[in-house]
Design a protein around this ligand. Structure first.
Ligand SMILES: C[S@@+](CC[C@H](N)C(=O)[O-])C[C@H]1O[C@@H](n2cnc3c(N)ncnc32)[C@H](O)[C@@H]1O
Length: 350
């Protein structure tokens, strides 16, 4: 399978250096000073809060937030708070002792000061959206789930079923630390069976398909691929290369789900919302800039995937995802309850 991606090699060569900022971010090293720069605007000072942490840590704080606040329709990820408390022990005291003050300040800092309205709900909704697709896939006898760019995702430990094999793909240092984290927080391997860990740099041409095969992935059987919070951080040529490899190993009947950003926003063809500008700048200040997107008209989106053998099952914008996952929320263009520029899609391999 690895050979199948070889023709893409020349196109992806220059891209490897572009991918380095992403690569550096969660390798346990101290951040460079420029990653800590303070954002613009009257409340920009707050953009520096937590900038020394990779996005993985930010997600670990945001994913359990609505659940901790006991808000309706929140995701059911009961493991991410355990991961959060283990990797960020200093937070535990403040979190447990002064939760109501903490939650007010935290929500204000993320939503108002950073100016990314709907950030917490976006992480919440995308978690439950993709959880739902994993559960449906397992019910439809799909017995392989590949979590691409798994970070501190907990699906493999929460949603395992007898006979379903999970694969977790991420950068080698991230996988190494995840294994240590899982062993520390979830030592019971019977209750929380381990996925096959597949340390892989997605920017390495051909590595994904080869490493998955080496980890026991069976390309003759359908699989579900989850691509959560990853494509927008990769240069376009790396995204294309990942899509080509996944398409090569995905048997008919496979599913793929992803969240994505409209390409027109990144290229300045679409007028950006305040949430997009603030979110984009905050991520860039962290050293994890937004690098790629997809055309989000239904025709263009389908046209990108069709040559790879995928049919679009659904393409949702932020408003549709909010209505689906967090139906109690009322949409407002001024203060969107869910990051207004994000899109979500489910695809089926023909
Ligand atoms: C925003 S986090 C999302 C993590 C996880 N999917 C979630 O939703 O919690 C992005 C993840 O992509 C991984 N990543 C970034 N660049 C990568 C690359 N070139 N190869 C493999 N993984 C990469 C990071 O290590 C990180 O875990």
């Amino acid at each position: 399978m690895a050979e199948a991606a070889q023709p893409a090699a020349p196109a992806t060569q220059p891209v490897l250096s572009e991918a380095k900022p992403v690569h550096r971010r969660d390798d346990g090293r101290k951040p460079a000073l420029y990653h800590r720069k303070v954002g613009r605007g009257p409340c920009g000072i707050f953009r520096c809060v937590g900038n020394h942490r990779p996005t993985n840590y930010m997600i670990l704080c945001q994913r359990p937030f609505n659940r901790d606040c006991k808000l309706p329709n929140c995701n059911e990820d009961f493991i991410s708070p355990m991961f959060r408390d283990h990797v960020m022990p200093a937070r535990v005291f403040w979190y447990n002792t002064f939760f109501y003050i903490y939650k007010t300040i935290y929500a204000w800092a993320v939503e108002e000061a950073m100016g990314a309205h709907g950030m917490i709900n976006y992480v919440d909704a995308r978690t439950s959206y993709m959880d739902g697709l994993v559960v449906i896939a397992a019910a439809q006898s799909i017995d392989q789930v590949v979590v691409i760019a798994s970070g501190y995702c907990t699906r493999a430990y929460r949603l395992h079923r007898a006979g379903v094999k999970f694969f977790e793909v991420d950068l080698p240092p991230v996988v190494e630390r995840k294994i240590g984290l899982v062993d520390a927080v979830l030592p019971d391997k019977e209750k929380y069976p381990r996925p096959a860990y597949v340390p892989t740099d997605l920017a390495d041409v051909g590595a994904l398909a080869g490493n998955l095969a080496g980890a026991g992935f069976d390309a003759s059987r359908p699989a579900l691929f989850t691509c959560e919070g990853i494509f927008c951080y990769l240069p376009q040529a790396v995204v294309d290369c990942v899509v080509a490899q996944v398409s090569e190993i995905a048997a008919p009947g496979s599913r793929l789900c992803l969240d994505l950003i409209p390409r027109g926003l990144l290229e300045g063809r679409v007028r950006p919302s305040r949430g997009f500008v603030n979110g984009r700048d905050a991520l860039a200040a962290r050293g994890e800039p937004l690098l790629s997107g997809f055309d989000t008209s239904p025709e263009d989106f389908a046209a990108y995937w069709r040559p790879h053998g995928w049919a679009v099952v659904e393409l949702l914008d932020a408003r549709a995802l909010a209505a689906k996952q967090l139906p109690h929320l009322k949409w407002s263009d001024r203060k969107p309850p869910l990051l207004d520029f994000m899109h979500f899609a489910e695809l089926r391999k023909e």
